[in-house]
Design a protein around this ligand. Structure first.
Ligand SMILES: Cc1cc2nc3c(=O)[nH]c(=O)nc-3n(C[C@H](O)[C@H](O)[C@H](O)COP(=O)(O)OP(=O)(O)OC[C@H]3O[C@@H](n4cnc5c(N)ncnc54)[C@H](O)[C@@H]3O)c2cc1C
Length: 416
């Protein structure tokens, strides 16, 4: 067993891990290491060969691997070590990181740890769809990797369950590959994806989107032969007389992402039941001092640009922590009010700087006004022409507005 020491250990070398490392380095910490279980850094971006990455952060529209390459170059030019094919198996509350690779077991005593492990996809087992277990049923991300990275054609006649971004992007990708996408079914009465993806991936390809509809049965023995779909009522129960059989050889499931928080839990870090990520402050510090979390492991992001921004805060926060910057006595809780599903960070510990609050709404709305308030006192507002659960919102509260705050602050929306 090898035992080494680093000031900052970053678990995961996706866009979050790389941006956190670069920010920590630029904030003055030269002793940073990134650990990733894959053969290359870049995380999920390496299979996202479509464009749409970097518009906010880099001011240009890149593909996933191009966006990752920008950060890989930043990591390389700073000589930040990246241990690849190295799987972290535990993180202890006293910041000992245990990892395994072909050389054996590695233990690293860190002064601060940044968790950036991303998400995994929810699978068929979590849905309880009845029927047989033929081949041809994939999670959308697995199919994306097989098509984009390995060059396989996974099927010719496709039904997609779930209209989140991965499902929408795979509908277009399968069409490019010559497959016929029969339908995208969505159990909710609205799509979970970005508006731009609904337009560019479904409408441009004449692919029907059936809302309030789900797959209730899978047919086929060796290979998938078809699925039965049905509309659902307001309790999401299938409506018997709307059942319909669609012949297909492939079913792609895009039914949600689960933040990879096994290491987080084993370190004793409290998790928010709504985000399924750690409870954090404005520096992305969890409730265990010196352990930070950012990227999809903290909250599921739709845009990588926000992942990078959040990770930079975690990187700088980790440097402040190891430099002994004491947490102030401030502890302002943030709360989700009307129409808001969650607000992140869950606590604010300093009034010295502006704080960006990230949130998602509970359902689609038209024109809305978001307000951040403490009782009757309004601290910040912003208007949006429309708001949807698939799109993360950001509201900045100025440091000057925080000065007088003593109790919890709430984010509400008002329909205009
Ligand atoms: C299909 C799809 C399409 C998307 N399209 C867009 C788009 O068009 N535009 C856009 O801006 N965003 C898009 N996104 C969102 C964006 O790509 C993600 O939000 C972002 O990649 C998340 O970055 P991350 O670093 O948090 O996680 P990831 O990219 O998942 O990286 C996590 C890394 O951690 C590593 N890891 C996990 N556990 C361990 C462990 N125990 N030990 C060692 N390493 C570990 C993994 O190997 C991985 O490399 C898309 C996402 C998906 C899935």
């Amino acid at each position: 067993m090898i035992m080494v020491q680093y000031d900052i250990v970053i678990v995961g070398g996706g866009p979050a891990g790389m941006a956190a490392a670069v920010a920590a380095y630029d904030a003055g910490c030269r002793d940073v290491v990134i650990l990733d279980r894959e053969v290359q850094a870049g995380g999920i971006l390496m299979q996202c060969i479509h464009n749409g990455f970097g518009l906010h952060k880099l001011g240009k529209e890149l593909t996933g691997p191009e966006y990752a390459a920008v950060y890989e170059e930043k990591v390389r030019s700073r000589n930040i070590p990246v241990y690849l094919e190295t799987t972290v198996t535990s993180v202890s509350p006293d910041k000992i990181v245990t990892a395994q690779n072909r050389h054996g077991i590695l233990k690293i005593q860190a002064k601060a740890v940044i968790l950036a492990m991303g998400c995994r996809e929810r699978s068929r087992g979590a849905l309880n769809i009845c029927g047989s277990r033929p081949s041809g049923v994939y999670s959308a991300g697995t199919a994306q990797k097989l098509v984009n990275c390995m060059g396989y054609q996974v099927g010719k006649r496709v039904v997609i369950l779930g209209s989140g971004d991965i499902g929408l992007i795979m509908a277009r990708r399968m069409s490019y590959e010559g497959a016929k996408v029969e339908a995208v079914c969505e159990v909710m009465p609205y799509s979970g994806g970005l508006t731009r993806n609904i337009v560019q991936c479904l409408e441009d390809f004449d692919i029907p989107l059936y809302l309030s509809t789900t797959v209730i049965q899978i047919h086929g023995k060796e290979r998938l032969e078809g699925v039965t779909i049905a509309q659902v009522d307001e309790k999401r129960h299938p409506i018997e007389d709307t059942k319909r059989y669609i012949p297909c050889d492939t079913l792609l499931l895009s039914v949600g992402l689960i933040p990879e928080n096994e290491l987080t839990r084993s370190a004793g870090i409290p998790i928010d039941p709504v985000t399924n990520g750690a409870l954090v402050d404005e520096n992305c510090q969890t409730k265990v001092p010196g352990i930070f979390a950012c990227g999809n492991v903290l909250q599921v992001h739709d845009l990588v640009d926000y992942v990078s921004e959040e990770a930079e805060r975690a990187g700088v926060g980790a440097v402040k922590y190891i430099n002994g910057l004491k947490a102030s006595n401030t502890c302002i809780e943030t709360k989700a009010g009307f129409g808001v599903r969650y607000v992140l960070p869950q606590t604010i510990t300093s009034k010295d700087e502006d704080v960006a609050l990230f949130l998602r709404v509970t359902q689609p709305f038209g024109k809305v006004k978001f307000s951040v308030t403490e009782g009757n006192k309004v601290l910040a507002t912003t208007k949006k022409l429309k708001a949807a659960p698939g799109e993360m919102e950001k509201i900045t509260v100025k440091a000057s507005a925080l000065q007088s705050v003593t109790g919890p602050i709430t984010v509400d929306l008002e329909v205009l």
